[in-house]
Design a protein. Structure first.
Lengths: 272, 309
């Protein structure tokens, strides 16, 4: 346990030193405060708009940003150390591969979780003081929780990438492709399937397909509770066949645990 | 004699078709310094990795401190092993002290020990600077400090003196001697190092995964049967007139005698009895010559094999 904490502490401090924490927090805070205030600008009003609109727009932005940031933060965490030779050295220490991986995950996951909490928490508090509605805190609570899980999920996925390739630049390329596939291409494919193939998928089947993509689960968590007028596309169909929030959150947790377990497995098999 | 600290029993490693290290048997006792010599790709690093337990042998057995280094039981022994990899660049954005503190903590030590070690390798003045500002020699010293964490019982050093200036090299060998007198064993891995001879007890010469020779330096010299070079001066051709000494004269140089090790003393006595001798220079084959001899022998044997095959 002490070993895990030593590694986690080092990774967390790296995140602080490289200004990752500060910049992610700032990005999230500016975005969420901006959207909270100016979300209704299109309809001619400046000020706090409805809760559901705010969360809906925040979620649709976060779904692109969070995976990208998580991948950027961690894509080189193993391949980078492998290139500089410290990975080999660390493995001669009394430190197991799973301890190293979990330690890194806690450290880097801590950076992204804290940034999400601070960044989005700021606008939650702001909204709360403006409207005085306790419903805001619970809605944002769920949003922040799912956003953290989404970030952790992509941190674990980036470890998979980082452990499977042998060059840093390849890892960067794969990270970008992964982001593109999960955040954009998957939904387009779903939509094509829905529109192009008649009777191709049932509503149930569509929701199940969505479980294959953590970004879609994140969307479902945050949009299912809102007025469906704010939601359209493939998502609206899925929402009608809604799964309970607990099921969705469990699915997101599975998307953190499974890639992480697989990453440990790959790491143990990896040749050095 | 107690059990050796490290022992390899027919241990080897293959990567697919490539025989990185063929079956090798050796042992290292406590307080012994072993020099491991060979070109790039000779299997030095593979052997070190086997001893470190980072990779498992494809065949044979490796034992370090009485257990297999890649097993779970050997876990607690790892803090007693120090390793300096050949190519390592430490976390550039951290300061030297931060890097060493991180590694010290992983071995169960603290910042204070890290500072002491930095002092020992002489980079205390730069310990609060980022590693990216360090010169090659300073990085090497940081790596050495890292290997010395916790006064290891076993030290594996891959090219330890690369980039070190002569004074730092001398300091390094002093540290090695000191560790040795405290009972630590050291494996020094390198292309041939000048000045390494008096610090190692035994040498191992590897080439393309095979052991060419192993033993103390004098044993190796005997095996190689390299002649001793004797240069007398002031004799004015007396050597050429003597029928016995005559046979040792090299064709290139009239004043140099190449004498087999076993004839050395008798030739020296004879030379000393000659009148007019005002100086004499005796030089045994050094490690580099021994090394080159074994490599050359190996290459020739290979060529013969290929021609026959």
């Amino acid at each position: 346990m002490k070993q895990i904490l030593t590694v986690a502490n080092k990774e967390f401090h790296d995140g602080l030193r490289n200004r990752w924490l500060v910049s992610i927090t700032l990005i999230f805070a500016l975005l969420s405060i901006g959207l909270t205030y100016f979300g209704a600008a299109a309809s001619g009003a400046v000020g706090v708009t409805s809760l559901s609109t705010t969360v809906a727009s925040l979620a649709s932005l976060a779904v692109f940003l969070i995976p990208l940031i998580a991948l950027l933060l961690s894509y080189d965490s193993f391949v980078g150390e492998q290139e500089s030779g410290t990975l080999l050295l660390l493995l001669t220490y009394p430190l197991s591969k799973s301890q190293l991986l979990i330690g890194k995950f806690i450290g880097q996951g801590g950076i992204i979780s804290l940034a999400t909490l601070l960044g989005f928490g700021a606008s939650a508090l702001l909204l709360y003081f403006q409207l005085g509605d306790t419903g805001i805190l619970s809605a944002f609570g769920l949003f922040i929780l799912s956003a953290i899980l989404l970030g952790l999920s992509f941190t674990a996925i980036s470890y998979l990438i980082s452990l499977s390739v042998s060059e840093k630049s390849k890892a960067a390329g794969f990270a970008l492709i992964t982001w593109f596939l999960f955040a954009l291409a998957f939904d387009l494919a779903l939509l094509a399937l829905l529109v192009g193939v008649e009777e191709g998928v049932t509503q149930q089947g569509l929701t199940q397909l969505m479980m294959l993509n953590p970004t879609d689960i994140f969307r479902l968590v945050n949009l299912a509770g809102l007025d469906s007028s704010d939601v359209n596309g493939a998502l609206a169909v899925a929402i009608n066949a809604s799964l309970s929030q607990t099921q969705l959150i469990s699915a997101l947790v599975a998307w953190v645990v499974l890639p992480l377990t697989l990453a440990i497995f790959i790491f143990k098999k990896k040749k050095l | 004699m107690n059990t050796p600290l490290v022992s390899l029993n027919e241990a080897g490693k293959t990567y697919g078709q490539l025989d990185a290290l063929s079956a090798m048997t050796m042992s290292l006792n406590e307080g012994e310094v072993l020099g491991l010599f060979g070109h790039n790709g000779a299997g030095k690093t593979t052997m070190m990795k086997l001893i470190l337990g980072v990779i498992s042998p494809s065949h044979g057995e490796v034992e370090v401190m009485g257990m297999a280094p890649d097993s779970k039981e050997a876990w607690h022994c790892r803090s007693k092993v120090g390793y300096l990899p050949e190519n390592v660049s430490f976390y550039e954005q951290l300061t030297g002290l931060e890097v060493l503190t991180y590694f010290a903590k992983l071995k169960g030590f603290n910042k204070k020990q890290a500072i002491d070690l930095l002092e020992q390798v002489g980079i205390t003045h730069a310990m609060r600077r980022q590693v990216k500002t360090y010169s090659k020699g300073m990085r090497q010293r940081l790596g050495l400090a890292q290997a010395f964490i916790g006064e290891p019982k076993l030290l594996l050093l891959d090219e330890p003196t690369v980039g070190l200036d002569p004074i730092a090299t001398r300091d390094f060998y002093q540290t090695v001697d000191q560790l040795k007198s405290n009972g630590s064993s050291v494996i020094l891995c390198s292309h041939v190092l000048p000045g390494v001879e008096q610090h190692i007890d035994r040498a191992m010469i590897l080439s393309s995964g095979k052991l060419l020779a192993m033993g103390t330096l004098s044993e190796l010299r005997q095996q190689a049967a390299l002649p001793v070079v004797i240069k007398p001066s002031g004799l004015n051709g007396a050597v050429a007139q003597d029928s016995k000494l005559n046979s040792f004269i090299t064709s290139r140089c009239q004043n140099t005698l190449m004498v087999p090790e076993q004839e050395k003393l008798s030739v020296l006595k004879q030379l000393l009895s000659l009148n007019g001798l005002d100086d004499i220079h005796v030089e045994s084959a050094n490690l580099e010559q021994v090394y080159q001899h074994f490599l050359l022998q190996h290459e020739q044997a290979q060529q013969v094999n290929e021609e026959q095959g």
